[in-house]
Write a protein that binds this ligand. Structure first.
Ligand code: UD1
Length: 367
């Protein structure tokens, strides 16, 4: 028996955890211990995802909650240490780039536990993003690095990570997307919201770089109002964005800009799948839009997921809202050619399970 502890904290982790949990269930040799740090705790940000994704209740709930970057990371480290001391797993698995990821990586390695990072090697090269710091530190510490797209391999090799620690396994989030597509296809989320399938835009904005400056956030909202003059815009609003819009006392001037509560995983996928265009600053949605073949316009200056541009339907608008109309025109004019990135085939988590089992005796870094 091999014990694997997966640590999750925030919304984008849950789709990745689901892929791992489904793959691990098929391997009776693996005992899976799920630890939720509680960074995301709202019903709509967390438990709804566990239900939608059919993940069982976590074995541990650390309830660290919201706070500054240091508070979240610090509280997670303090709460996690006794749990890992009790469990002593053969592998600690972290995923993505959220605060739970870096906090776990530091604690696990200081306890000399084997650490695997799922979605390793992605780089925005933008050090103003908390996620970039989380990625770099986690990759530096990990014993095994599971890479989702070719750029991840290039970046890690450029950072001189030893070849024997790299595994190009594909994208676990796409495993979950493929498993859930049949259910998603039966959902008429657009109809419930009152827009016609294929004739609306799905939008999300939640990154601090877009929300934390009142001028920037207002400019994006005005740009979305302009989009809404052409096609209805459905915008499920992240709690941070909701709070910042409240501070601005913002009310849409157009009834076609529909600000709604955050959606669960299945509804969000349905809302993306049937959209004409997706507008987002999320990392995961760039990948999901690529897998669904839906045009995606990314409201950032850079992406750590370049395969979504090389193979997929993603285009970088940048951080200036004035540029949006030109990109929207292009996206509406012609369907973008795209293909599925390599190894985005629904089997990434199975490859990870196999590797964890076969590498259980991998020497720890620096030993
Ligand atoms: C985190 C991730 C980000 C990811 C995003 C997805 C980090 C550094 N960032 O950012 O990469 O794209 O999750 O959602 O980990 N809040 C609630 N209820 C909740 C959770 C948050 O009201 O359940 C509010 C709080 O006011 C909180 C704010 O949202 O302060 C931001 O939450 P936080 O977890 O700090 O970061 P996210 O922006 O969600």
């Amino acid at each position: 028996m091999m014990k694997v502890s997966s640590i999750v904290g925030a919304r984008p982790n849950f789709t990745k955890l689901a892929a791992l949990e489904f793959a691990f269930r098929k391997r009776p040799e693996i005992q899976h211990v799920i630890i939720h740090t509680g960074q995301h705790y709202d019903e709509l940000m967390s438990s709804r995802f566990f239900e939608d994704l059919e993940i069982r209740e976590p074995d541990y709930q650390l309830n660290v909650g919201s706070g500054s970057q240091a508070e979240q990371v610090g509280r997670t480290m303090m709460a996690l240490e006794p749990v890992l001391a009790e469990e002593r797993p053969d592998w600690v698995v972290v995923m993505g780039d959220v605060n739970a990821t870096i906090a776990t990586a530091v604690v696990a390695k200081k306890m000399s536990l084997r650490l695997a990072h799922v979605e390793a090697g992605l780089r925005s090269f933008n050090w103003a993003m908390p996620e970039e710091i989380n990625r770099v530190v986690t990759d530096r510490l990990a014993d095994l690095l599971f890479v989702s797209e070719p750029s991840g391999l290039d970046n890690l090799r450029a950072e001189a990570v030893e070849e024997e620690r790299l595994r190009f396994v594909g994208n676990v989030m796409i495993d979950t997307l493929m498993r859930c597509l049949p259910i998603v296809e039966r959902r008429d989320v657009a109809g419930h919201i009152g827009v016609s399938s294929g004739e609306y835009v799905t939008a999300t904005i939640h990154r601090p770089s877009n929300t934390d400056s009142p001028e920037r956030l207002r400019a994006w909202m005005l740009a979305l109002e302009d989009v809404a003059a052409r096609l209805p815009v459905v915008f499920p609003v992240h709690p941070r964005t909701r709070e910042k819009l409240g501070e601005l006392r913002y009310e849409p001037r157009s009834a076609e800009l529909r600000l709604i509560e955050p959606l669960g995983y299945l509804d969000m996928l349905a809302l993306m799948k049937n959209a004409r265009v997706v507008l987002t600053d999320s990392g995961g949605m760039q990948e999901e839009a690529t897998a669904l073949g839906v045009a995606c316009l990314t409201l950032r200056d850079e992406t750590e997921r370049p395969v979504t541009i090389q193979c997929g339907t993603n285009r970088l608008v940048g951080s200036n809202p004035d540029r949006l109309p030109v990109f929207l025109d292009e996206a509406l004019r012609a369907p973008l050619k795209h293909r599925m990135p390599e190894k985005w085939d629904g089997k990434a988590a199975e490859r990870i399970a196999e590797e964890l089992l076969s590498c259980r005796a991998l020497p720890l870094r620096g030993r």
